[in-house]
Design a protein around this ligand. Structure first.
Ligand code: DAH
Length: 337
């Protein structure tokens, strides 16, 4: 084949190519070590010297032209290959797939949120108070001086003689009253700590403190607030009752029971056949606590209450061992969506 025949033949071959593999083969055929054009170049040495420059130029021109065309073809084939692979991988967005497990709040957090919802809806602010406290805020300012027998009610984790892990969220009452002027309405949810450990007590547990200070606040207001709360959590037909009790920071102090949401008072396992379930402690804020915080007890009165969140959760979810709520076993937690 002369040069122009090689050209026509190659143009036709390039045109007809439709795979990257065939293109590679053609390139070897033309430009490889034993390729057609390489052969022609080698043959130059046998030509008479005066023909060499012209013939060399013609061969090289053809080589450049064909290489350019091959390169162009290569790009085209590559683009086609991508298109083809995209078209063959159709994604079916409607196809069924197994459901992903979606998490949810821990039962104690669900209860905390629900209680918060009730109180915030009734105008209370949410106040955050430290878990590491001084003896003053956890005890003394709450009318529990050193050596007071009420300290035995709570087994305290002391860090130093004066610093401890709070045993009650009641310390939040003092911090709030020191910081803000009445009227006050707040809840203070959080972790509390006591050296206590059995199936209904954990060394770490949760409380929500409530405090209302204003002029003319009475025990009736406390009862109204707690009745609304009990109905919101345990159902509209729920009743509450006050039993006299003792807390150093309230006077008078009460323990509050709700009518059993399970048997409605006739007696069952949930209420241990009494028809009532104890849910919290409360009372009218002691005058000494108010004046210790710079609030005039002749002008202002208030009530306070403290709810155990773990206890409410255990009652609502019929859980009989508090440890289950700390184990974080998802099989257990998923029962309380
Ligand atoms: N702090 C008490 C406790 O941990 C609970 C409590 C009782 C809080 C009466 C109060 C209250 O605010 O008025 O056992």
């Amino acid at each position: 084949m002369n040069l122009s025949e090689i050209r026509i033949d190659s143009l036709k071959k390039i045109e007809e190519l439709n795979s990257e593999r065939d293109l590679a083969a053609l390139k070897t055929y033309l430009f490889g070590k034993t390729g057609v054009l390489t052969g022609l170049m080698k043959g130059l040495k046998d030509l008479p010297p005066e023909q060499k420059p012209q013939a060399g130029k013609e061969i090289n021109d053809l080589r450049v032209e064909l290489m350019g065309l091959c390169e162009q073809k290569e790009k085209e084939l590559h683009r086609m290959a991508i298109e083809q692979s995209i078209n063959s991988q159709v994604i079916d967005l409607t196809i069924d797939r197994p459901d992903h497990a979606i998490g949810h709040a821990h039962p104690i957090n669900q209860v905390r949120r629900r209680l918060t919802e009730y109180f915030v809806g009734n105008g209370y602010i949410v106040y955050d108070s430290p878990e590491i406290e001084t003896d003053y805020y956890n005890f003394q300012a709450l009318n529990v001086p050193p050596d007071h027998p009420a300290r035995d009610m709570q087994d305290t984790f002391f860090i130093t003689d004066n610093i401890l892990l709070r045993t009650q969220t009641s310390s939040g009452q003092i911090r709030l009253m020191e910081k803000y002027k009445p009227p006050l309405k707040m809840i203070c949810p959080g972790r509390v700590f006591r050296n206590d450990d059995d199936s209904t007590h954990s060394p770490v547990f949760h409380q929500m403190e409530g405090l209302v200070i204003d002029k003319n606040v009475t025990l009736c207001d406390l009862k109204g607030a707690l009745e609304g709360f009990a109905k919101f959590i345990f159902g509209e037909e729920t009743r509450i009752r006050f039993r006299p009790s003792y807390f150093p920071f309230t006077e008078p102090s009460v323990e509050v029971d709700v009518s059993c949401f399970n048997c409605h008072g006739s007696g069952c396992r949930v209420c241990k056949n009494t028809g009532w379930i104890e849910i919290l402690g409360a009372g009218m804020v002691n005058r000494r606590v108010l004046s210790g915080c710079g609030i005039d007890p002749d002008e202002y009165h208030g009530f306070a209450f403290g709810v155990g969140l773990d206890r409410i959760t255990m009652i609502l979810c019929a859980i009989n061992d508090i440890k289950l709520m700390w184990e974080n076993d998802v099989r257990f937690l998923h029962m309380f969506k």
